[in-house]
Design a protein. Structure first.
Length: 166
């Protein structure tokens, strides 16, 4: 679109970028990550479920702290690189007393989880080595967006995530 006053043309990227900048300026934040669908399989679970495993492909494209925030509730740094949208979504239909979520890969992984009420959990190495894991007690029902990150930018590899009720 040509601007008659300046003799200047809008590039294809300028209109979406202007809309994003207006959103950030007016509302103080970017798009809501909860609105983003999962890149890979999602799970919907109720208490008493049997162990579940989902597969995914980690792509260390962007710093995940830019997507979810710098630190979680325990002041752990949110490390790793991944996609702007969550890799998986876990929906707990009812409260769960104790849950373990374990990444399995051949590489060094990170794990970021954004739960109900925007509670953020940022995890790195687990008892199983360089793969990230999460052991949580008294989880409320709701939606948990899950990012599996690469420790270094640009890495790409396959992984699985296993979810168990303990």
């Amino acid at each position: 679109m040509k601007n008659p006053r300046k003799g200047w043309q809008w590039g294809r990227w300028q209109i979406p970028m202007t809309a994003l900048l207006l959103m950030v300026g007016l509302f103080g934040r970017g798009p809501d990550v909860k609105a983003n669908p999962a890149n890979f399989a999602s799970l919907s679970l109720s208490p008493g479920f049997s162990s579940k495993t989902v597969k995914g492909y980690a792509k260390g494209a962007i710093a995940l702290h830019r997507v979810v925030g710098e630190r979680d509730m325990q002041r752990n740094m949110c490390l790793g690189y991944g996609s702007p949208s969550p890799d998986h979504v876990l929906v707990l239909k009812k409260n769960v007393n104790k849950l373990r979520l374990q990444v399995n890969s051949s590489r060094d992984t990170t794990l970021l989880i954004k739960g109900p009420r925007n509670r953020l959990y940022c995890l790195d190495d687990s008892a199983k080595g360089k793969d990230a894991g999460w052991l949580a007690n008294q989880l409320p029902a709701g939606r948990y967006s899950i990012w599996v990150g690469t420790f270094e930018r640009g890495q790409q590899f396959r992984y699985t995530v296993t979810v168990d009720e303990l």
